[in-house]
Design a protein around this ligand. Sequence first.
Ligand SMILES: *Cc1c(COP(=O)(O)O)cnc(C)c1O
Length: 404
Amino acid sequence: MTQLEGLSTEAIIERGKNVVMNTYGRLPMTIVKGKGVWVWDTEGKRYLDFLTGLAVNSLGHSHPAIVQAIQEQAEEVLHTSNLYWIPNQVALAERLVKHSFADKVFFCNSGAEANEAAFKLARKYAKEMYGDHKYEVISLKNSFHGRTLATLTLTGQTKYQKGYSPLPVGLSYTALNDLEGLKAKVNEKTAAVFIEPIQGEGGVIPCSKEFLQAARDLCDQYSALLIFDEVQCGVGRTGKLFAYEWSGVTPDIMTLAKALGGGVPMGAMLATDKVANVFQPGDHASTFGGNPLATAAGCAVLDIMLQEGFFTGVQERANYFRQGLEHLAQKYQTGDPIRGQGFILGWPVSKFGPEIVARCLQKGLLINCVGGKTLRFLPPLIVEKPEIDEALKLLDEVFAELWK
Ligand SMILES: *Cc1c(COP(=O)(O)O)cnc(C)c1O
């Protein structure tokens, strides 16, 4: 049962403005129900959700297996503490380890918290193994890694950092896919290189295989750790469980969040044994991290994604959607090609970005626009062709109205 039931959207917004901090430029709508690829607002209007709470509801809304896992766990115990062993947490860690490069997992509650943990582990590893001089961390321009002080400093966009100085020191930035630039940055003082294999908030910009491989080679040469932030592009989004699998380049540390809990807040930091062993009791912690409820949901998410044939279907339907977008980009001559992999796709448009998003909303399609000029699509991985056709039809209508 939702609170404030019976109130209009305007009334809810009015009350919200009085008491909720003004940190988001929120759209004037309230989603009160979701099922599969569909959501409904307070007024009962239905929308096709091609944004999934920003890559969170990857199996669609209220997936029966996730609902069941949460309900059953809620009746047993919701929270215990990491002072005790948590069976669901062990089971989820086993699944993650079995299907990735990693040997150990640390659980937390968000993407920023996972990246903060990775940052701390990398610093500690470098100091213990090589000495105090080795602490520099390199990340990419235009990246996004979160909103804590360390992760917003990692984030290579000054607009997120403005107003919060002094920021943590020892960080610097280099351009995505610029092999020479990266080479000029990495040296004996480098503790870690942080990379999103596909930049999400930065506009759906994939790293090339060559760039990831060069980063791997440079990190090996200078005993630095390669860290992949797969908070947005991981957990099935690209049509494989992890985005790095497409490149064949493996990191030393990887961070996850968004889709991992199927809508329940959860983050994770995965690492090889060599690196993970640096963390000893007391070195890092999180009260809620990997609690029984969140990890019950996480196990349900992975069990669905790891079913035989799941990703073959995702790749097939994602290609179908991509072709549809490419056709529209061609039809309206919007310029640069569609970017991304699987169901994280960006359509660069030189104009009207926010207006396109607003008109799609009116017609019942949820998408967003990053950096004012890239339409971003993050549909549920379970979306079928009829709903993809519906989304393409609505986009076609919007472009026909707007694009001259
Ligand atoms: C969303 C995001 C984060 C931050 O996650 P939060 O859960 O909002 O803290 C970090 N990295 C990437 C790549 C993201 O997309």
